[in-house]
Write a protein that binds this ligand. Structure first.
Ligand code: THU
Length: 207
């Protein structure tokens, strides 16, 4: 295995306090930047390890595991090939890692009735949920943007949040570099399933 880091930052464990002056979307260094309140990472990696090993590492979670992250990102990039996007011509792919190491991929699927299109992230999550998975470790998102890390739309952030706020989202570029954020960081002060169960004032027949 050859691992080459092209990192000007650190991987996992840097904590949320570190603002290291990297423009989160472009990857450009900016010492004045106060954009970052999360971990950010730029890495490239080459691996010749077998799938078995990769699966094992994925099962154990991605924390600090560059190999597992790279594999997930590779699958998200692969998924862009299936994007059905004749209207936007903007290909997006996603790869979702579940608690047992199973990976579901997804792409955006557009429609002549424009508002019916579905994003790659939602495709992947819906595929997983429809096969009995609700416990997710991470999702990688890929696009063809070469100078910006693809960032999930607001609807997809909410869709992810339905399944917890404390799991990882990898915003990537086609060269495999990535920014790592949590769902919570992407969607702070969010509304989730628990909110529906919270105490409400008494109302009768007002629905
Ligand atoms: N898109 C995604 O699939 N995911 C996102 O997070 C951002 C946008 C898709 C939707 C649409 O098919 C195309 O990108 C342009 O918006």
């Amino acid at each position: 295995m050859t691992v080459s880091h092209t990192s000007n930052t650190e991987h996992r464990g840097g904590g949320k306090s570190g603002k290291r002056g990297l423009d989160v979307r472009s990857g450009k260094t900016n010492s004045q930047s106060s954009l970052l309140s999360h971990r950010e990472t730029l890495h490239t990696q080459h691996s010749n390890m077998g799938d078995q090993k990769m699966r094992h590492e994925l099962v154990n979670g991605l924390n600090g595991n560059l190999l597992g992250i790279t594999e997930l990102i590779r699958k998200s990039l692969e998924a862009t090939k299936f994007a059905y996007c004749p209207y936007s011509k903007f290909r997006v792919g996603a790869a979702l890692l579940t608690h047992d190491g199973t990976i579901f991929t997804g792409c955006n699927v557009e429609n002549a009735c424009f508002n019916l299109g579905i994003c790659a992230e939602r495709t992947a999550i819906s595929k997983a949920v429809s096969e009995g998975y609700r416990d997710f470790k991470a999702i990688a998102i890929a696009s063809d943007l070469c100078e910006h890390f693809i960032s999930p739309c607001g609807g997809c952030r909410q869709f992810m949040r339905e399944f917890g706020a404390n799991w990882d989202v990898y915003l990537t570029k086609p060269d495999g570099s990535f920014v790592e954020m949590t769902v919570e960081e992407l969607l702070p002060a969010s509304f989730g399933p628990d909110d529906l169960r919270m105490k409400k004032v008494n109302i009768r027949n007002e629905f």
